[in-house]
Structure formats: C-alpha cells, structure tokens
Design a protein around this ligand. Structure first.
Ligand SMILES: C[S@@+](CC[C@H](N)C(=O)[O-])C[C@H]1O[C@@H](n2cnc3c(N)ncnc32)[C@H](O)[C@@H]1O
Length: 259
C-alpha cells in the first residue's frame, strides 16, 4: 500500500478521531500509554523537538507544556489543520506541517530529540522512517517512540474469556506475516458519544516482528537505552475496568534510543 493511500485513510479518520479523543474516549492513550511514555521521557525543557505522526497534536502539546520548542509533522492534512486550529487559539508554540515520516523536511542534526506516538506501525516503509529520524537528530540526541506491541498485536488475534466473560488470555498467530491489514474499530464506549460517530475508523497497519524494530533501530545507528511495556496498574484497573485486557498482555511497546 502506498503512503498516499495511508494518508487518505487517515484524512477520513481524522475528524471523528479528533472529536472522540478530545472528548476523552482514547482511554488507552490517556490512562496507560501517554503517562508511561512521559515517565521515561528525558528532560526536554528548552530543547528543540520534532513529533512525528502528531495527529491532532495532543501529545505534542504535552511536550510543549514541558518547555520543549516543538515542530510536528503528520501525513494527514486534515489532522494538521485540526492541530493548527488549536494552536492558533493558544499561541504559536508549535510549528506544524504536512510531511511524511520517511521524508522529513528538516536539515541533518536539526533537533535535540524526536518523539513518535503510535505512528510507525502505520508507515509502509518504517525502516526508511527510522533512518530519517536518525538523520535529523543531533549526535547525543534521543528518540522515544511507541508502537503497538508486535508480539501481542498480530494479524491473528482472539480474546480468550472465562465463564464470566473476563478476558484471561489472548490467542495470537500469523506473527511473521507482514501483509497489510486494514483494521476497523472505534474507541471503547464511542457509541455513546454525542454527536454520534456513524462509522468505525479504518486503519492500515503493517505488522512487523519485535526483531525488526530492534534491529532497524540499532541498524540506523541508534543505541537502545530502554524498553518499556506499559500496562494498567491496580488503580487504573479499578477506575477503568474496561482496560483489563491490557493487563493480560502488553498492548504497547516503547523504545528509547540515543544517537
Ligand atoms: C494512531 S495515530 C496517532 C496520532 C498521535 N501521535 C497520537 O498519539 O494521538 C497515527 C498517526 O500517524 C500518522 N501517519 C501515518 N503514516 C504517516 C507517515 N508516513 N508520516 C507521518 N505521519 C503518518 C497518521 O496520519 C496519524 O495521525
């Protein structure tokens, strides 16, 4: 699948995604993934950063709130427009532009750090994207990114439930398949949103193995500093019992790398 086709899918998803995420429906992001990401994020205050695949800009704004001078790119013009509209309301802190992760419109060594939240598994040529990130970070700079966990988000995936309907395990398979899959889903409880969202997101996902991510990161020249597999703690599970599945296996993988 081409990047242009991926962009078209995300342009279609962007309005409803933004509406739902800004209304609190992206629970995995807000309760598990983003807090874990920021827990291992090195100090960014006063640094030049680039956020890759920024979507509507939620996480980029959190980075800017920590004092980072942020650029942000996304392949979807609709997402960039929605991000910019929020930015204009709050002051010109973040420079957004439409671009692909595989062709970053920046000079070599331009940034102190790069982030990418849940984007790289959606890029057809993730190897090229990782090389591009390496190029635009200065020596000594870091790259922190999150993706769906390749070992537990496989092409074949089924929930195993007990007699009470509780998820007790996952059945995974086709781990080595790299065929693209267009997933159809909405955030949990999004059917209760008002205004209602009439159709699910359609998201092209490119499955890769754990060794792909580690080898391509090291192969680009990065040193791997930390790996994290965020999952809900007892308080989160108490507050959001609907996230219980994410306590059985790791839904997300975070890699902290250094140039
Ligand atoms: C799951 S969303 C995550 C958005 C945002 N980072 C967040 O955490 O809410 C994936 C994002 O990756 C973007 N994307 C997909 N392919 C891309 C590419 N080649 N270059 C840049 N962005 C891309 C999509 O447009 C979408 O905004």
């Amino acid at each position: 699948m081409t990047e242009e086709r991926v962009r078209d899918y995300w342009n279609d998803n962007a309005p409803a995604w933004t509406q739902l995420a800004r209304s609190g429906y992206d629970l995995y992001r807000d309760a598990i993934n983003t807090p874990a990401f920021f827990a291992i994020l090195p100090e960014v205050c006063g640094l030049q950063g680039i956020d890759i695949g920024c979507g509507e800009g939620h996480n980029t704004r959190l980075l800017a709130a920590r004092g980072a001078n942020m650029d942000a790119i996304d392949i979807s013009p609709v997402f960039i427009h929605l991000a910019q509209a929020t930015e204009q309301a709050n002051g010109p802190l973040i420079q957004y532009q439409v671009a692909s992760a595989t062709k970053l419109p920046f000079a070599d060594d331009a940034f102190d750090f790069a982030t990418s939240f849940m984007c790289l598994m959606d890029v057809p040529d993730a190897k090229a994207a990782i090389k591009e990130v390496f190029r635009v970070i200065r020596p000594g700079g870091f790259f922190l990114f999150s993706i769906e966990h390749p070992c537990f988000k496989t092409r074949h995936l089924a929930k195993v439930k007990d007699a009470h309907g509780q998820i007790i395990a996952y059945e995974v398979g086709e781990y080595f398949s790299d065929a693209v899959q267009v997933e159809k889903w909405l955030f949990k409880k999004a059917d209760q949103a008002f205004p209602p969202v009439s159709r699910p997101f359609q998201i092209p996902v490119f499955h890769r193995t754990l060794s792909f991510w580690i080898n391509e990161t090291i192969g680009a020249g990065f040193r791997l500093d930390a790996i994290n597999e965020p999952h809900p703690n007892a308080q989160t599970l108490h507050d959001y019992p609907e996230l219980a599945g994410a306590g059985q296996v790791a839904y997300f993988l975070h890699l902290l790398c250094r140039k």
